[in-house]
Design a protein. Sequence first.
Length: 94
Amino acid sequence: MNEFRRSIWIGFFWSIVTGTLLHFLYAWTGENRVVGLYSAVSESTWEHLKLLFFPVLVYTIWEYFWIGHRWKGYVLARARHRAWSWKSWMQRKR
């Protein structure tokens, strides 16, 4: 359980740092269209969702190979959590 708690904190900080870097990456690359697929190109809600979605997706894949493969139902539990958090965040934005 301690390892899982540590994984949560690592994922939290990974998402903050990577999301912040993605916020500026599009401008830093001279408005590269490929970078725009996973980075923010404007200040819309959708673009800010991308700033959180892609770092969390990458971390979840990494976390599965680190500790998640030991637990049955890990992928389904993470997918439910992600869907619930995106839905609740979008409802607050309305």
